[in-house]
Design a protein around this ligand. Structure first.
Ligand SMILES: [Zn+2]
Length: 119
């Protein structure tokens, strides 16, 4: 049976941020259905993300991708700076857009205090 959903949410595995993401999703994705995956560093390993995205597009016909990186990310270690996260998020956006030009892509940098910053 075909089953589709609206979006794919990609975040880091870091437990400290799950409560903030749940709250954000309840508010910003209300009434929508979504796939939700967590990888250390979110889109840091872009090859892995693209494989996951391919499946989400193929099986669930998603229209939107939400990428959430966060402050103090262990997967980045000392390189976990806002600048580096923004660069990687924008690179992911370019790569995804090139392959799936119709997907809407949202990029966020999540602060330790729970604030979502648009990238
Ligand atoms: Zn992390």
């Amino acid at each position: 049976m075909a089953h589709i959903c609206d979006a794919l949410i990609i975040s880091c595995i870091d437990f400290r941020f799950q409560k903030y993401m749940q709250k954000w999703l309840e508010k910003n994705m209300a009434g929508k259905k979504y796939d939700f995956v967590g990888f250390a560093g979110a889109s840091k390993d872009l090859g892995t993300i693209m494989k996951q995205l391919d499946i989400s597009v193929r099986l669930h016909k998603i229209k939107q991708v939400v990428l959430i990186h966060h402050e103090d990310c262990g997967a980045y270690g000392k390189q976990s700076t806002p600048k580096r996260h923004a660069a990687d998020l924008l690179k992911a956006q370019r790569t995804i857009s090139a392959k799936y030009p119709n997907l809407s892509i949202s990029l966020f940098y999540l602060h330790l205090d729970g604030k979502f910053e648009t990238v």
